[in-house]
Design a binder for this molecule. Structure first.
Ligand code: IMP
Ligand code: MG
Length: 180
């Protein structure tokens, strides 16, 4: 599997360090409300990031998830974002934080943000681990970004190619020989 990787873009150590500083940014952006945060995970790519991030957030929080797919099968260009399974606690009047793996064309986050706003949260913010700058339209905004990355197809730390590579502990560029 490691032979499929062209180069490591973000090491395991760099990820750990940035997740810690991101958590501090997030923590200080919220008034210490007694009721805490509701974290909505975008499945499945955000699960590794989620697991590391929430363990650095000392506030009270609960977790829900929404599954969105825009890559079906062995492709590296996005199609239409489609919502799948959803499991959410009550969002009305809650401070809601969306956790996603990467902001690319913005289709995924536009869908998720629209869906969640319908439930009248008190606030809605978004954190993404990665962003490919300049690709998403201006109305799809994120509040916290871990790293800006170049516009190549990346895998690892939760991100997949055709369901694989999520378990790599670093972010890497997938070798171009994978594309048929
Ligand atoms: P968007 O809807 O185009 O912004 O794409 C966002 C979703 O597509 C992310 O949540 C990822 O699941 C997936 N995605 C976008 N770019 C990549 C990539 O380079 N590698 C793996 N998945 C990606
Ligand atoms: Mg995703």
């Amino acid at each position: 599997m490691v032979g499929d990787i062209d180069r490591v873009l973000i090491s395991e150590a760099a990820l750990a360090e940035r997740v810690t500083s991101l958590a501090a940014e997030i923590e200080s952006a919220y008034a210490p409300a007694a009721s805490g945060l509701t974290v909505v995970t975008v499945m499945t790519g955000a699960v590794v990031f989620l697991a590391d991030l929430i363990r650095q957030l000392p506030c009270r929080l609960e977790i829900g998830y929404i599954a969105v797919s825009s890559y079906a099968g062995p492709v590296t260009t996005p199609g239409l974002a489609v919502a799948g399974a959803i499991s959410l606690p009550e969002l009305r009047d809650r401070d809601v934080l969306i956790v996603d793996d990467i902001l690319d064309t913005g289709g995924t986050l536009r869908l998720v943000q629209t869906r969640l706003l319908e439930q009248n949260p008190r606030s809605l913010k978004t954190v993404v681990l990665l962003r490919k700058p300049g690709k998403a339209p201006a109305d799809v905004s994120v509040d916290f970004v871990g790293f800006d990355v170049e516009d190549v197809f990346v895998v690892g730390y939760g991100l997949d190619y055709d369901g694989q590579y999520r378990n790599l502990p670093y972010i890497a560029e997938l070798g171009s020989r994978r594309e048929g």
